[in-house]
Design a protein around this ligand. Structure first.
Ligand code: SF4
Length: 269
């Protein structure tokens, strides 16, 4: 069977996206094309992509104009666009990253995109919280080079208070993903003042990451308010009040905490 025939069944798999972003250098190694999928089961208070959360196609006011958010497509159509960026991937060892939303909410579509990318020798990554059954995750892993996994808090009650969901399933999945050979797990922490920005909280997450046995990298992503206007555009309340981006000094301090625990720590993705 040729490469094209092999990918053909996957090309017809349907899915719903809301953006494709080119030339990103913050979402996995090298220069990457990011496909943003609709749908997420969490509702993190700080989410900078609130238009990703609902699976349904929505309207959002942007700059005084109505914008339709969400588009039905197929894996083949998306990959035709992604494949145009092959020269950048080759030169930078970059590739395709699925983001959202939570790409695990559209498991067949995500699997198809990743499978086609791998057929073409493209590096693959997902940005995901792993809030899904491991059966779903295990179908994705064979086609995945990098799992960029959000671990937001170790305390389940606090996790639920700020994201609407507890974290037991996420932490259990982290162990299983870490044990899977062939996919590199990188832990990412959105650093959110009043939620998880103390040295003790970051240390606890870093220690958990080390305990997984195969994780050697942690990315600390400082909170920002860039999604604020989107909430207004969707007619929703922005619940972060007067909380602002943590200072550079604070982020450096938290980076040192994670490094002391034994991880290669960086600020930003
Ligand atoms: S998991 Fe990500 S996409 Fe989902 S609500 Fe939280 S920040 Fe937004």
């Amino acid at each position: 069977m040729t490469l094209m025939e092999n990918s053909m069944d996957y090309r017809n798999v349907k899915g719903r996206i809301f953006n494709i972003q080119k030339y990103s250098v913050h979402d996995g190694p090298g220069v990457r094309t990011i496909v943003f999928l609709k749908g997420c089961r969490l509702r993190c208070r700080w989410c900078c992509n609130p238009e990703s959360q609902e699976y349904k196609i929505q309207e959002m006011m942007v700059g005084g104009k109505v914008k339709t958010v969400g588009e039905d497509t197929t894996a083949g159509e998306v990959m035709d666009d992604v494949l145009k960026d092959m020269p950048y991937f080759r030169r930078s060892e970059g590739g395709l990253t699925l983001s959202g939303g939570e790409c695990l909410c559209q498991p067949e579509f995500s699997e198809a995109l990743l499978k086609i990318a791998k057929d073409y020798g493209i590096s693959t990554a997902i940005e995901s919280t792993a809030f899904a059954s491991f059966d779903v995750i295990s179908k994705i892993l064979p086609h995945l080079d990098y799992y960029l996994m959000d671990i937001k808090h170790i305390n389940s009650e606090k996790h639920k208070e700020f994201t609407t969901q507890p974290n037991e399933l996420i932490l259990e999945n982290a162990k299983k993903i870490a044990d899977y050979k062939g996919t590199k797990l990188i832990v990412r922490v959105p650093v959110i003042p009043t939620f998880n920005d103390t040295e003790a909280e970051i240390e606890e997450i870093a220690k958990f990451a080390v305990s997984l046995g195969t994780v050697d990298e942690i990315h600390l992503l400082p909170y920002h308010r860039m999604g604020q206007d989107k909430y207004k555009g969707l007619g929703r309340e922005y619940k972060m009040g007067d909380i602002y981006t943590p200072s550079k000094e604070k982020m450096e301090k938290l980076k040192r905490v994670a490094s002391r625990v034994g991880l290669k720590a960086q600020i930003g993705g």
